[in-house]
Design a protein around this ligand. Structure first.
Ligand code: ZN
Length: 482
């Protein structure tokens, strides 16, 4: 399997640290508001990567954090805590705000059929681990104290900035150019950051005592502390949005490797941004969507998922309502295809064409080799669509049940990675056909006994289920409009 590693800026053959388990950490949300579709796109891409690892036989241990304290508004170092700020606006406690949006986030993950991480860890539950890490860094001489908190002197960490492909000087210049606010007094380098911030906030769930003073953790320290707690000092894969490269992930490396003296992560993987209508998402442009909003507009979240994976995870994707409508059609085409193959399977018999069976195998191979080459979903999907096209053609010229079985099995195997719920569709149609067949039988009975009122009632019940009946010379046939 080939994986593009940001650290070396090229694809590398994936070699896990242990053959028992692959450790994967993904940076989770800051729970002060609903996650927008740009955030959710990253989580879907990460889910597809994880599912591919699982399909290739790796046992994955997946850890994701929930930032419920310490993430400041605006510049990386000055400003108010995002969760606290929203709590004040909503006249709620910070704990209520973080609980509410954590729940909303998990709901979004479920809607998008993202496999739940093995460990979901909240920052506020891991303050002792963070303080232990701060202590180690302090003992090793990486920290200095200013009025606002304990800061990491980034000039002391060898290779600081390597993940961003910059040296210390260059990264300092780069961040200075992008800074929007003044820095707190006494800070030595633009890249220096707080590992512990002093605060006398009244809200007791948001401040903790420490030997350096009462306060709360910096944002970056939580990911270092929690990833190492659950995955060990050195683990396989760390993922997150591309925006985390120059600050958040760069600082995670400085903290973790500074404290342990060991290598922190082998493969760093970053998800590209999502644009909306060709523009960067911004509240001021009114183009920030949430999954909940799209569901309320009547879109199937699985169609959103299909749209997210239609592009490569390292390529920027443009989201438009039009493109989502297109994906909705594509998804329903795929579901009808599953129904059709299921119909062929159920009708039994038919022939088995060797060339066709080989074509199915070739498509399967094409799909998985694309996924194992740095998770190329566009190429993998192209293999699937060509399988759908050829199978539809074959169905017209007399496909056999055995062929349909093979196509369905391969489609389900694709879906173990794509997560488009083909399995649910299959069981839904099976269940529906059972129900419909039973009702049709009852209706035929009623008609035989000239109970036309009952026959009409059954027809209406079926209509409500989206099923229309047609009485032909060969009996009653039915069609599902959904
Ligand atoms: Zn993180």
């Amino acid at each position: 399997m080939l994986v593009y590693n940001t650290l070396v800026r090229r694809k590398q053959t994936f070699k896990p640290l242990s053959d028992r388990e692959v450790g994967v950490y993904t940076c989770g949300p800051t729970v002060y508001w609903f996650a927008h579709i740009g955030n959710m796109k990253s989580y879907v891409s990460e889910d597809v990567i994880k599912r591919t690892l699982m399909h290739s036989g790796y046992k994955v241990k997946h850890v994701m954090n929930i930032t419920d304290v310490g993430h400041l508004v605006g510049d990386a170092n000055i400003g108010e805590d995002k969760v606290k700020m929203e709590a004040r606006k909503e006249h709620k406690s910070a704990l209520d705000v973080s609980r509410f949006y954590t729940h909303a986030f998990i709901e979004d993950m479920e809607r998008l059929n993202i496999i739940k991480p093995d460990v979901i860890c909240k920052a506020t539950d891991h303050i002792p681990e963070m303080l232990a890490l701060v202590k180690k860094l302090d003992e090793k001489g990486y920290l200095y104290k200013v009025e606002t908190g304990m800061y990491y002197d980034t000039s002391k960490f060898k290779d600081y900035g390597a993940l961003a492909g910059m040296d210390f000087e260059k990264l300092n210049k780069y961040l200075k150019a992008g800074a929007r606010v003044e820095r707190a007094a006494g800070i030595r380098n633009t890249t220096d950051f707080a590992v512990w911030r002093f605060s006398n906030s009244e809200e007791k769930e948001m401040v903790w005592d420490s030997e350096w003073g009462r306060g709360f953790p910096g944002w970056h320290i939580e990911c270092s502390a929690m990833s190492m707690k659950y995955l060990g000092n050195h683990f396989d894969i760390h993922m997150g949005g591309i925006d985390h490269i120059p600050v958040h992930h760069t600082n995670e490396i400085a903290q973790s490797e500074g404290a342990t003296g060991e290598k922190f992560v082998n493969y760093w993987m970053h998800m590209a941004f999502l644009k909306v209508d060709g523009k960067k998402m911004a509240k001021s442009l009114g183009n920030v969507y949430t999954i909940k909003e799209l569901v309320e507009k009547g879109f199937d979240p699985i169609a959103v998922r299909l749209l997210f994976i239609s592009g490569h995870y390292r390529q920027e994707l443009n989201f438009t309502i039009e493109s989502l409508k297109g994906m909705t059609n594509t998804l329903s085409m795929l579901y009808s295809f599953i129904d059709r193959m299921n119909g062929v399977l159920k009708s039994g018999g038919g022939s088995k064409d060797k060339a066709f069976m080989e074509f199915v195998d070739k498509s399967r191979k094409g799909f998985f080799s694309a996924m194992e080459d740095d998770f190329s979903t566009p190429e993998a999907l192209a293999s699937m669509y060509s399988l759908v096209r050829e199978s539809n053609k074959r169905a017209e010229s007399g496909m056999g049940a055995e062929e349909a079985r093979h196509v369905i099995d391969v489609m389900l195997e694709f879906d173990s990675i794509l997560g488009l719920e083909f399995d649910k569709r299959l069981s839904r149609t099976d269940k529906l056909s059972e129900e419909v067949e039973k009702l049709i039988k009852e209706r035929n009975e009623a008609r035989k006994h000239k109970d036309f009122a009952e026959a009409d009632r059954i027809r209406r019940v079926l209509k409500e289920k989206g099923v229309t009946l047609e009485d032909t010379a060969h009996g009653t046939v039915w069609k599902s409009s959904d």
